[in-house]
Design a protein around this ligand. Structure first.
Ligand SMILES: Nc1nc2c(ncn2[C@@H]2O[C@H](COP(=O)(O)OP(=O)(O)OP(=O)(O)O)[C@@H](O)[C@H]2O)c(=O)[nH]1
Length: 696
């Protein structure tokens, strides 16, 4: 006779041994048709394969509580007898099964055993009922198994099915499966067509859709995953169906938690950037269909870094949570508030939002965020800046709207912060140009392109060189010379001014060293220092170290600062300036007279020199008497507090003469000479001992 053997083993050696033992040779009494079961988890075949006459199982993967038991392999052939393949003679995990120690099995023994078991099963077994050894295996596995007859009444259920269904065998056997198992779609809560009915009707293996709920007799619900296969008689007619299922409630809950984390910000609980992007696409589709406008707001806290730096990261976190709560209070439930990361939030205002609505909301945010936040027993104040882009006039896609809102945000920041701005197309060109400039600065810092030019300062009384100012110049490979007005501001706003300032310092000190070794160094080489550098507590020490390393006399170096840079934090400025003075540097105030006009600081800070701004100087010889009087007043003020003054922007001889007559001690400007490269400066203005190479 032909005997269909299904072997469920993933072990390659076992497969090879089985192939050898069950290979047919002429003269064999029976023909063995060996087939291997697909690995657990492999997709079920569309059409049910022929039910085998006997099943060979590897017990190594068949522990009772193991989910690797190929229940969906065993269950459809539950009517078939089972031989368990064991690798040791130790007692098998499942009582009542025939066991074969494969390593010692001979070809003849195994074939005769199989033939004998199959013959007796064919003689006595009713279709749809598992054989005794099959029952033993099914009783031991963790998956629930229910087999039905062709009319859908239950013919068999294993203990796991009793547990999951909360019914015992007596209540289930003979009852229609559809009466016992109420299945619902988790999303719609609508009853679902029973998979047994579907498998019986189609003659195919059926899998439940993900998210199927089993409602149990006591009303409790579990989520199940199942596979249902029809069972065929030996003649191919339908004998019934077998359903294998297990509880996936816990796995789904875990998945739900993972999903939550994937779409929410861990710190504030707000939707995260991915959720915002997804939502924006959804509401854009809605807005497109209804023709309604909507608003996208990009929000960034102002100087949040300072909170982290002064109060610590935990306080920063608490502030972010507090801000998130304030934002929630500013919006309708239809608007989505999300955290993009860091101190950035995005608000998506639902379709139907006009620009007026967005304006009012922005005002509400500024007011709400500005209220003090209770953070770790402190009252913390923080502001924020907001950029707004409207659909459809500022963009139609999620990416464009977010980018344009971000561009508008930068404009709000640049305007002085604590403000909101709508997107304007003009911002785009500036933003793109700004980015290009920033990238260019970075590249030139790495590869070269910056140079220091030197402009002389002269004593007006005797025309002797009184020092010089080192001015940064940038030659870009593609753009040529870039105007300082164009790149200094971009560097300041992007923070690149710090590495740039360091480069200037190093280069000025290097050049001063060259001149000093040549014995022709000018008295004071002034370098410009930005507010950001001055704010850095490590700045004075860095200067001291660099000067020390170069072996330079510190009096050769002068630091020029603008009034506004000093005024940002008077106390910190005073400390930093004193430290610079202690190192031996002199301090000059740039743009004197144009800044805060709060002159009190002149007496407070250790300043050596003031530079009278060029606006006072330009055309002064022919200017109106009131303007001339103003310049004289500025110079007198400097004189009265014993601060020498340098007039900037001197371009003509009459201007120079007017300044000299008014008692201005020094001048700087085109009249004396423009800023030029170090070699040209040395050549023109320094008394050069023989052999000086001004630039190495
Ligand atoms: N406490 C805390 N800080 C964070 C977190 N994520 C990012 N940051 C910090 O937030 C700061 C963001 O600073 P920026 O927005 O770049 O700068 P700012 O100080 O706010 O200055 P402006 O935006 O220019 O006004 C950085 O210092 C980050 O290290 C976080 O989850 N918790």
């Amino acid at each position: 006779m032909d005997i269909h053997v299904l072997a469920a083993t993933a072990d390659r050696t076992e497969r090879r041994v089985l192939r050898r033992l069950l290979a047919n040779v002429p003269g064999d009494a029976n023909r063995m048709l060996l087939r291997f079961a697909p690995a657990p988890g492999a997709p079920a075949p569309e059409t049910p394969p022929r039910i085998p006459d006997i099943l060979l199982l590897n017990m190594a993967t068949c522990s009772p509580d193991s989910h690797t038991v190929p229940a969906d392999v065993i269950a459809p052939c539950a009517a078939a007898p089972v031989i368990v393949l064991v690798s040791t003679t130790a007692p098998a995990a499942v009582q009542g099964t025939v066991q074969v120690l494969l390593a010692q099995a001979s070809r003849q023994l195994l074939r005769e055993l199989i033939a004998c078991i199959v013959a007796s099963a064919r003689a006595g077994m009713a279709p749809g009922l598992p054989g005794t050894s099959g029952i033993a295996v099914l009783a031991a596995i963790a998956d629930a198994v229910i087999s039905t007859r062709a009319d859908g009444t239950v013919a068999y259920c294993n203990p796991a099915a009793e547990r999951l269904m909360q019914l015992d065998q007596r209540q289930m056997l003979g009852a229609p499966i559809t009466a016992l198992m109420l299945l619902q779609d988790a999303a719609t809560l609508r009853p679902m067509r029973h998979p047994v009915c579907e498998a019986l009707a189609s003659g195919r293996t059926v899998r439940l859709q993900v998210g199927c709920i089993l409602v149990r007799p006591d009303g409790s619900e579990i989520m199940i995953d199942d596979s249902t296969a029809p069972i065929a008689n030996a003649d191919g007619t339908l004998a019934g169906a077998v359903m294998v299922f297990h509880d996936i409630t816990e796995a789904r809950e875990l998945q739900a938690q993972v999903d939550y984390l994937a779409w929410h910000d861990f710190l504030t609980g707000l939707p995260n950037r991915f959720a915002a992007h997804r939502h924006l696409n959804q509401i854009l589709a809605e807005a497109q269909a209804s023709g309604n406008p909507l608003a996208v707001m990009y929000l960034d806290l102002d100087r949040f870094k300072a909170v982290n730096d002064t109060l610590g990261h935990a306080a920063g976190d608490a502030l972010l949570v507090s801000v998130a709560a304030r934002l929630r209070g500013c919006f309708r439930t239809v608007d989505m508030i999300s955290r993009q990361g860091g101190d950035e939030f995005v608000v998506l205002m639902a379709p139907g939002t006009s620009s007026d609505d967005a304006t009012h909301a922005a005002g509400r945010i500024l007011a709400a965020v500005a209220q003090p936040h209770a953070v770790e027993l402190e009252q913390v104040h923080v502001g924020c800046s907001i950029g707004i882009a409207l659909y459809p006039q500022h963009g139609r896609s999620a990416e464009t709207l977010l980018r344009h809102a971000d561009t508008a945000l930068h404009s709000a920041k640049a305007s002085g912060r604590n403000a909101w701005r709508f997107f304007r197309p003009e911002l785009l060109t500036t933003a793109v140009q700004r980015r290009q400039v920033e990238d260019g600065i970075r590249t030139s810092l790495e590869r070269g392109g910056f140079q220091l030019f030197y402009q002389p300062k002269f004593r007006l009384s005797d025309g002797i060189l009184g020092g010089c100012e080192a001015l940064l110049r940038w030659h870009h490979v593609d753009w040529g010379w870039v105007s300082p007005a164009r790149f200094i501001r971009a560097a300041e706003e992007s923070g690149l001014i710090v590495p740039l300032g360091k480069w200037v310092l190093d280069e000025a000190i290097r050049q001063a060293g060259v001149w000093e070794r040549a014995g022709c160094c000018p008295d004071a080489i002034a370098i410009n220092v930005s507010a950001l550098e001055l704010k850095d507590p490590a700045f004075p020490d860095r200067i001291a170290r660099t000067i020390g390393d170069a072996g330079l006399d510190p009096r050769r170096l002068q630091v020029e600062l603008t009034e506004s840079a000093l005024m940002r934090d008077m106390q910190a400025s005073a400390l930093a300036l004193q430290r610079l003075k202690d190192i031996g540097l002199s301090i000059a105030i740039d743009d004197f007279g144009t800044g805060y006009s709060s002159l009190g600081y002149l007496a407070e800070l250790p300043i050596d020199l003031v530079k009278v701004d060029r606006t006072f100087v330009h055309g002064i010889d022919t200017a109106a008497p009131r303007r001339q009087a103003l310049l004289r007043a500025v110079l007198t003020l400097a004189q009265n507090i014993a601060l020498p003054a340098v007039a900037e922007g001197v371009e003509t001889a009459p201007e120079m003469q007017f300044l000299a007559d008014a008692g201005c001690p020094m001048g700087q400007g085109f009249y004396f000479g423009p800023a030029v490269a170090a070699a040209d400066f040395a050549h023109a203005f320094l008394v050069q001992p023989a052999g000086l190479s001004a630039s190495p």
